[in-house]
Write a protein that binds this ligand. Structure first.
Ligand SMILES: Cc1cc2nc3c(=O)[nH]c(=O)nc-3n(C[C@H](O)[C@H](O)[C@H](O)COP(=O)(O)O)c2cc1C
Length: 229
């Protein structure tokens, strides 16, 4: 039987979430917060391996994300091969040299100055895993009119958030990297041009001498990031 407000459709019973007291809910939410708040972008990795099973679990967590019309419009290309990493590093550093030479524009360059980043990206070869995240504009590239995906970027970014959270829970450091433009990733990852590369995630363990930019340590307080009606 269809519920009020919902078109008739096949349905399965709701799987109940754990029964908790409100105090327990608050505690769980705060416990997760104190764990996730320790995540920091890492820009110096060592070559200590991370088991493939960790990456697989993180990808499945990403794949569990909500998505527009449940199209799941994402593809994750997982890169372990040294040759592919070297190719990516060369391509990224070429783009980044142009960015830092001025192509990024003075406002953008000013915004990233406190991070102390530059065009050298040795970690792209050192870290055990790179994950290129692609957004699929079509569910079926041959049937573009019928098979358009919806809310593609939003869906892909939510999925990537779950990926990052799972890797952090597993004690794996990450960096979200956005070389600009990123079309070379289609070539390296052998993905069709109907897919748009959105992010390149670096995953591994922090080098002993890794640092984080002081400018990123503080996050906006609740009053600033929220309003309540
Ligand atoms: C969409 C996106 C793109 C980013 N691109 C880059 C990048 O290209 N290079 C880089 O070093 N960091 C990049 N970052 C990382 C941010 O600089 C970092 O998240 C921010 O400074 C806050 O620091 P935190 O992650 O340690 O909290 C990116 C982050 C996001 C979410």
């Amino acid at each position: 039987m269809a519920l009020f407000g919902m078109a008739e459709h096949e349905s399965l019973p709701w799987q109940p979430y754990p029964e908790l007291t409100d105090d327990a809910r608050i505690e769980r939410a705060r416990t997760f917060l104190s764990h996730i708040a320790t995540r920091r972008s890492c820009r110096a990795f060592n070559d200590q391996p991370v088991p493939r099973e960790v990456i697989e679990a993180a990808l499945l967590a990403a794949g569990s994300a909500p998505s527009g019309a449940n199209r799941q419009p994402w593809h994750f290309c997982v890169i372990e091969s040294s040759e592919a990493k070297a190719t990516i590093r060369v391509a990224v550093e070429e783009e980044e040299r142009q960015f830092y030479a001025g192509l990024g524009g003075s406002a953008w360059l000013g915004a990233v100055r406190p991070l102390g980043t530059d065009a050298d990206k040795p970690y792209l070869e050192v870290a055990p895993w790179l994950i290129a995240v692609f957004a699929q504009r079509y569910a079926d590239a041959d049937e573009r009119d019928e098979a358009r995906n919806y809310n593609v970027t939003e869906s892909v970014c939510i999925a990537t958030g779950l990926l990052l959270a799972t890797l952090h829970a597993a004690g794996v450091a990450t960096l979200v990297h956005t070389p600009h433009p990123m079309r070379f990733l289609n070539r390296v990852c052998r993905r069709p041009d109907t897919e748009r590369p959105v992010l390149l995630i670096v995953a591994g363990h922090a080098a002993e001498d890794a640092t984080v930019p002081a400018a990123t340590a503080s996050k906006k307080p609740l009053e600033e990031i929220s309003s309540w009606l």
